[in-house]
Design a protein around this ligand. Sequence first.
Ligand code: AMP
Length: 187
Amino acid sequence: MNLVLFGPPGSGKGTQAKNLVKKLNNFQISTGEILRDEIKKDTEIGKKIINNMNEGKFVDDEIVNKLMKKVIYDPQKKNKLIFDGYPRTIDQAKNLDLLLKDSNQKIDFVFYLNINKDTVIKRIERRKILEKRSDDDLNTILKRYDAYMKTTRPVLDYYSTKSNFKEIDGGLKIAEITSKISSILKV
Ligand code: AMP
């Protein structure tokens, strides 16, 4: 089963992805983590993306799509993908469809964690203290939220009319969201 977790930064995608990984024995595909790892390892890609990442801007579609291609074609991960933070643009959504089709896969469900800006700000400020993420200062948070509204929100329209699209109130408690997702997946 392949799943997409969709929603603004701070909506709980990562937390839910981790819960689902345990339940389904799938893989969490967090583009944010993959990109942060490139920076940590100081790779060529890492050097290219560090400024955008720290400023809360998106990394180029071309770079992200290339990294995702490797993941989607990995035979170990086939039909065990939980996307967290991808796709974030229409170009990425179309690319995902193509790569899945080419590798005989599909998205089983898109879960949209719907949450308002105030709740996002509160959550990310708390996460900054807990996880010490360098891209989590308030200015960056606001930029990331605005980037989401401008560039990622259209992806919602791309998915929302499809039958595998499920909207969930992202303001609910973590366990409540997990249980809603579980009941849809029947796991
Ligand atoms: P996240 O950990 O998902 O909140 O992502 C952290 C940062 O990584 C974002 O603010 C972007 O700079 C970058 N990023 C993560 N996923 C993507 C993506 N799909 N496309 C472009 N940039 C991304």
